[in-house]
Design a protein around this ligand. Structure first.
Ligand code: MLT
Length: 383
């Protein structure tokens, strides 16, 4: 199996690939891709591409629907870099509350002053601030990163109010009881001294922080965005900063506009740039790919359903990616008289995966019959 890495990927992950896998440079020959932030929207699809693993959570650099239509399963690595991002969010909170950056820059600019230890005491008045203890933070999105941010803020003595309409019972049970949950964003806007965004960039979340919202926020609120830049309407943000509604904006996703705005603290997308996060993401991404190739298992895909067929006990396993419609009758016609031991089928959105375990070798013509069925996107025999 030929693997192409579109970014630098930690050797901790790549070294996990067994001998069956070869890391190559030629994208046109890729059967598997590991990617971090490289833009994939304009690349020509390699003909034999089976799957892509994004070493990270956000997948807005990958054309998910196009990949799904082509039978390319896209994975991400939720949670693998969550601690790294959480720690940077906490740093963001602190550098927004006190002018630590201004102070550090002042020392650098005055490093030739032999009396600096005295001058500091006069100069420091310009770099004061507030403590975060006792302040209220609204955490919007309580997934892998948001949940950790909420918990860390609570442990730092903040009042935490969280919003996440998709919060699983499991995720809810790991949050401290003192964290207040709301299903009404307006409540968050009204009371928060800080708001932190932890949700994916989708059509439904694009520019969710806009004029209408800024009108509702508590005056002097600080907005933290360690998710994606386009969650925030930059023109509306500029107005909100000018009016004092938003005191500071801290972002790990600067763009030309925000990089040039007053009261904006820009970090160059460093959330997951820790050795630990890079290793965790790479490890998880490479294992997701191998598991899919070798067993058909799909965990953490963003464009195909989760499916776990378990250990293969049969002679053959066939993995069929297809449109959502029920093709079981046609499938069983093709497999008529074959010793089918197990069938598992799962659906997500408009795409389904069906896996057959069959206790005899399945000839190529049988696979061709599957491929010819309308609605079938890809058929693969594991062994
Ligand atoms: C993410 O979406 O998880 C981050 O953007 C990862 C990264 O920095 O590559």
């Amino acid at each position: 199996m030929r693997v192409v890495c579109l970014n630098n990927i930690s050797p901790t992950g790549l070294n996990e690939f067994t001998k069956k896998y070869e890391i190559i440079d030629d994208l046109t020959k890729a059967e598997l891709i590991v990617v971090r932030s490289a833009q994939m929207h304009d690349i020509d699809l390699p003909k034999k591409l089976l799957a892509i693993a994004r070493a990270g959570a956000g997948v807005n650099n990958i054309p998910l629907d196009k990949m799904a239509e082509a039978g390319v399963v896209v994975f991400n690595t939720p949670g693998a870099n969550a601690n790294g991002v959480k720690e940077l969010v906490i740093a963001g909170l602190l550098i927004a509350s006190r002018d630590i950056v201004g102070g550090v820059n002042w020392v650098k600019a005055n490093q030739t002053d032999e009396a600096i230890s005295k001058s500091i005491e006069k100069a420091k008045v310009a770099f004061g601030g507030n403590e975060i203890f006792g302040k209220t933070i609204g955490v919007i999105g309580l997934g892998a990163v948001g949940g950790k941010v909420a918990e860390a803020c609570f442990n730092l003595g903040m009042k935490v109010i969280g919003f996440d309409p998709y919060l699983s019972d499991e995720a809810r049970s790991t949050l401290p009881n003192e964290i207040m949950l709301t299903d009404n964003l307006d409540q968050i806007y009204k009371v928060s001294d800080f708001m932190s965004l932890h949700l994916p960039l989708l059509d439904s979340t694009r520019y969710m922080m806009n004029e209408e919202v800024f009108e509702k926020v508590k005056p002097g609120c600080t907005l933290l965005n360690f998710s994606r830049d386009a969650l925030v309407d930059d023109d509306d943000l500029e107005q909100a900063i000018a009016s004092g509604k938003i005191k500071k904006y801290v972002t790990d996703f600067p763009n030309y506009k925000t990089a040039n705005m007053e009261n904006v603290i820009c970090i160059p997308h460093l959330g997951a740039s820790t050795e630990e996060s890079e290793e965790n993401c790479a490890y998880m991404a490479c294992h997701e790919l191998m598991k899919f190739v070798e067993t058909g298992t799909i965990m953490n895909s963003v464009n195909y359903p989760r499916i776990d067929p378990g250990k293969q006990e049969s002679v053959s396993r066939i993995v069929v990616l297809h449109q959502k419609e029920d093709l079981m009758v046609q499938f069983m016609d093709i497999l008529f008289n074959k010793p089918v031991l197990n069938i598992i089928t799962k659906t997500k959105g408009s795409k389904s995966v069906t896996i057959f375990d069959i206790d005899e070798d399945i000839p190529l013509d049988c696979l061709h019959k599957f491929k010819e069925l309308e609605g079938v996107i890809r058929v693969r025999k594991i062994s």
